[in-house]
Design a protein around this ligand. Structure first.
Ligand code: PNS
Length: 162
């Protein structure tokens, strides 16, 4: 039986830190669903969810990651229900700091309670330890260079923005 994991997130935009988590999830699991989830607690940011998913697909292909990785979006509903629907036994997330742990712990407990889905945390590589989508959005908004933090697919999409 193949082991399926979901890597969920806002991915607005996907960063090199996210890509690292996706790559490591693909090493641990037979199939990986990268899922762009609309998070109502976060401001609608750089790209709409469908564009975020396209950018991730491009970044995954450009990084030469395995084709066991698929990318999709979830417009609403519970992540736990999505996991049940696709037969996923785990969620994979990155954990950069104790702040992330405080944020992630209740979600991990609820997802396990709702659907028996465990959350596997992976620690960032040192070069990605401080990278976040919100930092990228802020640097971009102020005209800075975000190329050290994001895959080139993000830079390409930013250049296409009006
Ligand atoms: O990248 P983010 O914004 O930190 O990801 C948070 C996300 C999207 C994974 C989280 O908000 C989520 O799981 N949303 C789906 C709705 C849901 O299932 N909520 C209840 C239990 S966590």
């Amino acid at each position: 039986m193949s082991r399926i994991a979901v890597v969920p997130g806002s991915f607005d935009p996907v960063t090199l830190g996210h890509l690292d988590v996706i790559e490591r999830a693909a090493r641990l699991f037979d199939r990986v669903h990268v899922l762009v989830v609309h998070n109502p607690d976060k401001p609608s940011g750089l790209f709409p969810p469908e564009v975020r998913a396209q950018v991730i697909e491009k970044a995954v292909a450009e990084a030469g990651l395995p084709d066991s990785i698929t990318v999709g979006t979830m417009g609403g509903g519970l992540l736990a229900d999505y996991c049940t629907r696709v037969g996923a036994s785990a969620l994979v997330k990155g954990l950069r700091s104790h702040t992330d742990l405080v944020y992630e712990t209740p979600m991990a407990i609820v997802n396990e309670h709702l659907a028996g889905v465990d959350t596997v945390f992976v620690l960032p590589r040192p070069q990605n330890a401080q990278v976040s989508s919100s930092l990228v959005r802020q640097v971009l908004a102020l005209g800075g260079d975000v190329s050290p933090y994001v895959p080139s697919a993000v830079l390409g999409q930013v250049r296409q923005q009006p």
